[in-house]
Design a protein around this ligand. Structure first.
Ligand SMILES: [Zn+2]
Length: 587
């Protein structure tokens, strides 16, 4: 069986030409070799996995090549090159200072330095992670670095340049390695995939490259990992699943939602993302990057800053065309503000939800040129009789999401649910949940809603208040809560009423109650409730429709009486027991 070699080793570059993403630096090194201007000490700085050690090895091989090519590359054929390629050359000495950082290790190295090369001209000493050397080891090394033998060349490599003593830096030629660009990583991975006869989608490679964050070694390791999971056919979907990366489709969907000012669906998508186990902070960062990518997609000149596959570039261009620059600037400001506040926020989910709400308000904020009040009224379908089409679609989506909403709420009942007031555990209309929850937090929203509630939507100021006038959902909510406040001597019933969200219909409203107990209590008081609310709303046609919610198991909100009657239904003998012991329910 053929021995398996990890890609990071198998595809380690062995010529300057094959080094990925460090073009300027490689050219400088090659020029130095061709013009014979070699320094005695080099310091290679840069993040991990970008090719520092690889370049050091190629450099060592090249300066020892007895048959240098005209372009400054090693021939890979002479004795010296072959010994380097077989890793048996005595002209290269590597010390990993991360694990060998003491004075003794450096003394061993200094002894080695005294031995001149047998074949070739130079002996190259690579000290990896040189910042890890102890101060004593540093000092021991300094003297050799000051006066090295003519054949000795030191290449010090570090990921943390700031930890290198100035006395060392001043004796070295410093080379700063870049993080490798995503496009370069993708190109290289494509080459590796083709060599290994693996079919792979470009978007999949882009995700791997992004995850590797500029380190080729990491990119190749991730690539190997994916191959071992997925075999010879790698798709975008399998990669994002394996790497737990949020599908960029979510971001595309969200932008469309922001443009539609659809708060409901924005919050539902966030909920979906959280339920899938993604970190909210990464989501905020991802959303910021998406806006940034949209911004650069708008201009031919900045398009090259977009580091995604070609297929997605088109998708970005299409979405960017729909967004005004002002919209993107404002959105970036909002997401950035959320990032800044993220660490200090105690309720991170709410912070992110508020961010989404603000993003939903940009589009209309621009129209009204309302720069002083960043938060605008949330558009709820019923408020706008002049846009029937929109009403229809919103209504439809509400119906669709009813079951889903109920589902997520049951799942999350134990988790933190900032947007949901505990008093409204099972409201059915997502629009209303959101609105009810938001008034507590987004003051500006609340104020505007109240203002609107105070001003009848249709009648003009001079018109006398007529009977049977239309009312809004907000006005209904307010009247409903006022009724709850008006209930005296019965806290339990008052809380029941507070916990219910009425859903507006033409001249009436419907409510869902959770159990038979509530149904009976509210039905008993129905005439009073109708009278109270019809007065508040100036609508004599007002009618209350009560129905029992059968879709949800309302375990949490069962009253003790309900629990008892449920128990009695299951076990009628219990009645005897209750009677015998004269048991009473205590509240
Ligand atoms: Zn050679």
């Amino acid at each position: 069986m053929e021995q398996y070699i990890v890609s990071a080793r198998k595809y380690r570059p062995d010529t300057f030409k094959s080094v990925v993403g460090q073009d300027t630096l490689v050219t400088t090194l090659k020029n130095a070799i061709q013009t014979q201007r070699l320094a005695h000490a080099y310091l290679f700085c840069g993040p991990r996995g970008v090719g520092k050690t690889t370049c050091a090895r190629i450099f060592a091989k090249t300066i020892n090549c007895s048959n240098l090519k005209p372009d400054g590359e090693a021939c890979n054929e002479c004795d010296s090159c072959r010994s380097f390629n077989d890793q048996r050359s005595l002209n290269i000495f590597e010390l990993d200072a991360a694990s060998n950082n003491g004075v003794d290790d450096i003394r061993d190295l200094i002894e080695q330095v005294m031995v001149p090369p047998q074949i070739g001209k130079y002996r190259v000493y690579i000290i990896d992670e040189v910042h890890m050397l102890t101060p004593a080891a540093f000092n021991a090394f300094l003297k050799t670095l000051e006066e090295p033998p003519s054949y000795a060349i030191f290449i010090l490599a570090t990921t943390e340049k700031h930890k290198i003593l100035p006395t060392i830096i001043s004796r070295c030629q410093v080379y700063d390695f870049n993080r490798i660009q995503i496009a370069d990583t993708v190109e290289y991975l494509k080459y590796v995939a083709a060599n290994e006869i693996i079919t792979v989608e470009d978007e999949a490679l882009a995700v791997i490259a992004q995850k590797a964050d500029g380190a080729m070694r990491d990119a190749l390791s991730i690539f190997d990992q994916i191959v071992s999971f997925c075999g010879k056919d790698i798709t975008y979907k399998t990669v994002i699943e394996n790497l737990n990366v949020l599908d960029y489709e979510y971001y595309f969907r969200l932008i469309d939602i922001f443009l539609r000012e659809d708060v409901t669906n924005a919050l539902l998508i966030l909920n979906e993302i959280i339920n899938k186990g993604f970190d909210i902070h990464s989501f905020v960062l991802g959303l910021s990057s998406h806006f940034r990518d949209l911004l650069v997609s708008r201009d031919e000149q900045t398009l090259k800053l977009l580091q995604v596959s070609e297929l997605v570039v088109r998708q970005y261009a299409e979405q960017a065309a729909k967004c005004e620059p002002q919209f993107i600037y404002k959105a970036l400001e909002i997401t950035n503000q959320c990032e800044l506040n993220y660490r200090i926020s105690k309720n991170k989910r709410l912070l992110v939800e508020l961010m989404l709400i603000k993003l939903c308000q940009i589009a209309s904020g621009e129209e009204n040129n309302n720069s002083n009040t960043p938060l605008k009224k949330i558009v709820i379908s019923d408020n706008k009789p002049d846009v029937p089409e929109k009403n229809a679609t919103v209504q439809q989506s509400e119906n669709k999401s009813v079951v889903q909403t109920a589902d997520t709420e049951t799942k999350q009942s134990s988790a933190v649910q900032p947007l949901q007031q505990p008093a409204i555990p099972l409201a059915k209309n997502p629009n209303i949940i959101n609105l009810a929850g938001l008034t507590a937090t987004a003051n500006a929203v609340e104020t505007e809603n109240r203002l609107q509630a105070a001003t009848p939507a249709v009648s003009t100021q001079n018109e006398p208040i007529s009977e049977n006038q239309p009312f809004t959902q907000e006005q209904l909510n307010e009247a409903w809560q006022n009724y709850a406040l008006s209930i005296e001597n019965d806290t339990f019933f008052a809380n029941t009423i507070k916990g219910i969200t009425p859903i507006k219909e033409e001249h009436s409203c419907s409510i869902l109650v959770l159990n038979g107990h509530q149904l009976k209590e509210i039905t008993d008081k129905k005439p009073y409730i109708e009278k109270f609310i019809s007065q508040k709303l100036h609508n004599t046609l007002f009618e209350l429709k009560i129905s029992k919610d059968t879709t949800i198991q309302a375990v949490k909100t069962l009253s003790p009486t309900d629990k008892l009657s449920a128990m009695l239904q299951k076990n009628p003998n219990l009645q005897e027991f209750v009677a015998e012991l004269e048991l009473e329910i205590s509240y």
